[in-house]
Design a protein around this ligand. Structure first.
Ligand code: IMP
Ligand code: MG
Length: 181
């Protein structure tokens, strides 16, 4: 695999698609095992989680489950603004339902905290989060997601849904910003 360049910055291969697939299988099995109801609702956080959600959801064979989407935005370039905007709301009724949030990455935890606060207003039965990636050393608010694919150091990554100013989401593997040599 080759390095890729975005916005004048070089990114090197970090997590291969095959490793992602393995973790998705594990996560899907854990989520299914822990499900208390037959009709949980999965909530994909756009835009970053759409690739992961598509792959994860197809591994979870719960015929009465549903998936829906919500949109939040907190990042500008390669760092979190700390200010989270909800730019697309929730239309489904989640009251009394088991909700599983699907995130691409938990970094500062700001988005996760805001999202859980927002969802609590609709009185769901329970709320859990599955995140493909988690940067434990960057966490400033809230707790670790209940399900984590990979715990990684606080470096900027892209690909497999993760972007830099909207680009690179279509890379099949995950890349990391190269350290200065
Ligand atoms: P948090 O609110 O700081 O936890 O950040 C959550 C959002 O920031 C994620 O859902 C991503 O969209 C974005 N994000 C965090 N770290 C990265 C990264 O390394 N690359 C690309 N996007 C990231
Ligand atoms: Mg995101």
């Amino acid at each position: 695999m080759k390095n890729v360049v975005y916005q004048g910055m070089t990114f090197e291969p970090y997590i291969r698609r095959e490793e992602i697939n393995e973790q998705i299988k594990r996560l899907a099995a854990e989520i299914k095992r822990d499900c208390q109801s037959e009709n949980p609702i999965f909530l994909c956080v756009l835009n970053g989680a759409f690739v992961f959600a598509a792959d994860l959801y197809r591994e979870i064979d719960l015929p009465k489950s549903e998936i829906t989407f919500i949109r939040f935005k907190s990042y500008e370039g390669t760092s979190s603004t700390g200010d989270v905007k909800q730019v697309m709301g929730l239309v489904e009724d989640i009251s009394g339902r088991e909700v599983i949030i699907i995130e691409d990455i938990v970094d500062t935890g700001v988005t996760a905290v805001q999202l859980r606060k927002k969802l609590a207003e609709y009185a769901p039965k329970s709320v859990k989060m599955v995140s493909l990636l988690f940067k434990p050393d960057s966490l400033k608010q809230g707790t670790a997601p209940e399900y984590v694919g990979f715990s990684i150091p606080p470096r900027f990554i892209l690909g497999y849904g993760l972007d830099i100013d909207g680009m690179a989401r279509n890379l099949p593997d995950i890349y990391v910003l190269k350290k200065d040599e």
